[in-house]
Design a protein around this ligand. Structure first.
Ligand code: SAH
Length: 356
């Protein structure tokens, strides 16, 4: 089997070159080529032809194949469907904002967290993505859209903290000056609340941004819609978030998807405000995006505005997320393990105690 150089950090690439009897500095040259977005060893013009041939024999830069790209008629958002070398399929979303270009990447093929309102977990988890497959989404979108990406949100399909090591390697690669050179402050990772990883993230990436999917003001309600709440109690989650803000000095974003008649009543805004009272935070309300097989409905706009006002009145900075790409099912929670995938989802017990 060929070694996939695209999944390696620079230090790993250096080890690889030494292991095949080559000079260490070749690693940096190859690393730079990969993140300039080249497709073949032949394009690496400062690598001698003999070494290029040697690399072709033993290594590859396995690229993602763009299978489909849908462009929103309302806001220009693009949703990409990629095929991975093993036939799995994943999606990414490219969005243009006033502050720059942003990409929402997937961290897993499928998801095993089972949040009831989200399409991404409907077929369970197929597998984790490698660091290279996460970075590859950015390289392919940059090439396809002919745009440079400045911001990354790890909010596509998958739970990033269920694939922590690979997500960490991915962040180091894209942040590296010879990689994509994207600042940690321009990277946001969103978790459903895997408490031990929130602690690791505060230590490992104090300059990156963290978003936590809360979606409820208490344990009882959270357990009904997010199975992960059975594993990590609400109070533990809130304490970990508070510790994160104290360690990093960074404001945490709490995501709260508003589901009609479930969690959108004004009293829940008050309850939530009380829980978040002394945390450096911001609440981002997301009126639930429609997912075809669900009977749940999004809260009305007026209800969302009321909820926001009530939180603000209690001193909690709150906004309503501007959802892009809804017409192409590219908005939050609408990405899924593609129904065209031929692989069956795995149904193992996960370390967080969720059985799918
Ligand atoms: N696993 C990560 C990333 C998921 S997607 C996490 O849970 O945070 C990013 C956000 O979209 C999460 O807050 C997620 O709960 C939310 N989301 C999922 N389904 C949604 C839907 N149908 N409408 C609105 N937001 C949704």
């Amino acid at each position: 089997m060929k070694t996939n150089l695209g999944a390696m950090e620079l230090s790993e690439l250096e080890e690889y070159f030494e292991s095949i009897g080559e000079k260490k500095y070749r690693a940096r040259q190859v690393f730079q080529w990969i993140y300039r977005g080249i497709d073949s060893f032949d394009e690496m013009s400062d690598i001698p032809a003999t070494l290029r041939e040697k690399l072709k024999e033993s290594a590859e830069i396995s690229a993602l194949k763009v299978l489909d790209c849908k462009i929103s008629q309302t806001d220009g958002t693009r949703k990409y469907l990629f095929e991975l070398p093993d036939g799995n399929m994943i999606e990414s979303v490219f969005m243009k904002y006033k502050f720059g270009n942003s990409i929402c990447i997937s961290s897993q093929a499928g998801c095993r967290m089972g949040c009831v309102f989200c399409a991404s977990g409907k077929n369970g988890l197929s597998r984790n993505l490698s660091a290279g497959e996460m970075a590859g989404q950015i390289l392919e979108v940059q090439k396809n859209a002919q745009e440079k990406i400045n911001h990354i949100v790890v909010m596509g399909t998958g739970e990033p903290f269920d694939n922590y090591e690979n997500v960490s390697a991915f962040m180091r690669i894209v942040n590296h000056e010879h990689g994509l050179n994207i600042g940690m402050r321009n990277i946001t990772v969103s978790t459903c609340g895997i408490v031990p990883r929130i602690k690791s993230f505060a230590n490992d990436f104090p300059q990156a941004n963290l978003a936590v999917s809360l979606h409820a003001p208490n344990d009882a309600m959270r357990k009904k819609i997010m199975p992960i709440a059975n594993k990590y109690p609400y109070d533990e989650l809130i304490s970990a978030c508070k510790a994160y803000t104290e360690k990093t000095g960074r404001r945490i974003t709490f995501e709260y998807t508003l589901i009609a008649g479930q969690n959108d009543d004004g009293q829940y805004a008050d309850e939530l405000a009380a829980k978040l009272q002394d945390i450096l935070c911001h609440v981002n309300l997301i009126p639930m995006n429609p997912v075809s097989e669900l009977s749940l409905a999004p809260s009305a706009r007026e209800k969302a505005v009321q909820f926001m006002k009530r939180l603000r009145k209690k001193g909690i900075a709150t906004t309503i997320r501007r959802e892009l790409g809804q017409d192409i099912e590219a908005a939050c929670g609408q990405l899924r393990l593609s129904k065209f995938s031929s692989l069956s989802p795995c149904s193992t017990q996960c370390e967080h105690g969720i059985i799918r």
